[in-house]
Design a protein around this ligand. Structure first.
Ligand SMILES: [Zn+2]
Length: 213
């Protein structure tokens, strides 16, 4: 099975780059905790009604808009296609009201209706050694696999047989990196989903400590 990392294509494809921020005072639920060690394993989940400020950088609205936490906004077109497919992993939060639109270029069309969904946590666990993943402190909990800020990662390799089958997911041990299945990549390609960069997991890397070790 091949996996991908879903990213905001900021530098690569600017025509439909779209971001959002929940408005001040948005309702949130409780952050999830690890059932074994009690540590927080996710951010505060956004609750409906979802009201956002939308920001576009090109002349088109993206089918996906990226935000500051674990939610994505997806266009009504995307959401209908996704629901009609057999893809899983995006959890329904609710419809979205755009209260403010900031466009850096004049949009060619009116904004689509957006739907908010959250990326769920999978049983999939990142393999630290095979991913060349370095943490500030080693992971101590076998369940959540968290252990200090991640300094760098050279690729994403999941532990064999740990993936629980979602097409969009966060893996244990690698918070904030949205992973996707081969099936999701095909779905996006065939439906020309915009503002959607899918990097093969073996090519994804980051280094937050380039000047230090
Ligand atoms: Zn834990």
């Amino acid at each position: 099975m091949k996996f991908f990392v879903l990213q905001n294509p900021k530098a690569d494809e600017r025509t439909a780059v779209t971001d959002f921020l929940p408005v001040d005072g948005s309702r949130t639920g409780e952050a999830p905790r690890c059932s074994a060690c009690g540590r927080f394993i996710g951010m505060l989940p956004l609750l409906p009604p979802v009201r956002v400020e939308l920001e576009t950088w090109g002349t088109n609205f993206g089918d996906i808009a990226f935000g500051p936490s674990e939610e994505l906004l997806v266009s009504a077109r995307f959401w209908k296609l996704y629901q009609d497919s057999d893809l899983t992993g995006l959890i329904d939060v609710g419809s979205v009201e755009v209260v403010k639109l900031k466009s850096h270029q004049k949009p060619r069309k009116a904004a689509p209706r957006y739907h908010c969904c959250r990326v769920g946590l999978s049983k999939a666990a990142v393999d630290d050694a095979k991913s060349a993943l370095e943490r500030e402190e080693p992971a101590t909990c076998k369940e959540c696999r968290l252990g200090g800020i991640i300094k760098r990662i050279r690729r994403v390799v999941l532990e064999p047989s740990s993936w629980s089958g979602e097409d969009n997911f966060f893996s244990r041990g690698l918070p904030g990196t949205i992973l996707a299945s081969e099936k999701f990549e095909k779905f996006c390609r065939e439906n020309q989903i915009s503002n959607c960069l899918l990097i093969p997991a073996e090519e994804f890397s980051f280094d937050h400590y380039t000047r230090r070790t």
